[in-house]
Design a protein around this ligand. Structure first.
Ligand SMILES: O=C(O)CCC(=O)C(=O)O
Ligand SMILES: [Fe+2]
Length: 222
């Protein structure tokens, strides 16, 4: 059994007030943000090591929720493992995302209530076809995040995240999945896709959610 002995103090993040100001400004102006060097290299390395943790159980990712859950390899080829914060690196990551959640709520009054995330592993040749992460009024996912863990990613490795504008007419951004890069975007607004990766591709995908539960209408579990 691998033990994770890195003390939490060795991880550091730049999720400080200037980082949160910049993120909030970009989200207000564009609806999305690409932030670099979010965590120090030790934290990035330890988060990458989560994929090799003996306790990590990966399954083929599906589409849709509950009864319409379908494995569709022609749509997405990633394998996922939900993040629960059982290791130092995972809880460090989830704590940093909680700081982002609070920071955005204070600045933008978004009412972000919680965060869910999974490790994503894209084997060589896999992709995720164009999709939106949430449909208006049908999901409580409001803000999507992707954090990348790939050292020395080269142009020929492919695997970019392509973000399209709200009308799905133009490419807004082609994001190279460099280690330490965090992408944040409004879940309902931006169609996006992951181009085929010529190298194994590692990331953590997550969603900030609002609480849409009421006494009579509880959110269905994932
Ligand atoms: O890995 C990425 O760049 C994006 C992944 C994605 O779109 C998703 O998991 O919904
Ligand atoms: Fe997505």
């Amino acid at each position: 059994m691998t033990t994770h002995t890195t003390p939490l103090c060795q991880y550091s993040t730049r999720v400080d007030e200037p980082f949160l100001d910049e993120l909030a400004d970009k989200l207000t102006q564009h609806g999305y943000a690409v932030m670099d060097q979010t965590f120090n290299p030790v934290a990035v390395q330890e988060l990458r090591a989560e994929f090799d943790h003996p306790g990590a159980e990966f399954k083929n990712a599906g589409i849709g929720r509950q009864e319409d859950f379908t494995i569709a390899r022609n749509v997405r080829g990633d394998r996922i493992c939900w993040l629960e914060g059982r290791t130092g690196a995972a809880s460090f990551f989830l704590d940093a995302m909680a700081d982002i959640r609070h920071g955005l709520n204070r600045r933008l009054f978004m009412g972000l209530f919680d965060y869910e995330s999974h490790l994503s592993y894209y084997p060589v040749g896999s992709f995720y076809k164009k999709h939106v992460d949430a449909f208006h009024g049908r999901s409580n996912r409001v803000l999507s995040t992707v954090f990348y863990l790939n050292q020395n990613w080269q142009p020929e490795d492919g695997g970019e995240l392509v973000l399209y504008d709200r009308a799905d007419k133009q490419v807004l951004e082609r994001v190279v999945p460099h280690a330490g890069r965090l992408v944040v975007f409004l879940s309902e607004e931006f169609p996006h896709e992951v181009l085929p990766a010529a190298r194994e591709r590692y990331s953590i995908a997550g969603w900030f959610r609002v609480n849409t539960s009421t006494a009579v209408n509880l959110d269905p579990p994932e």
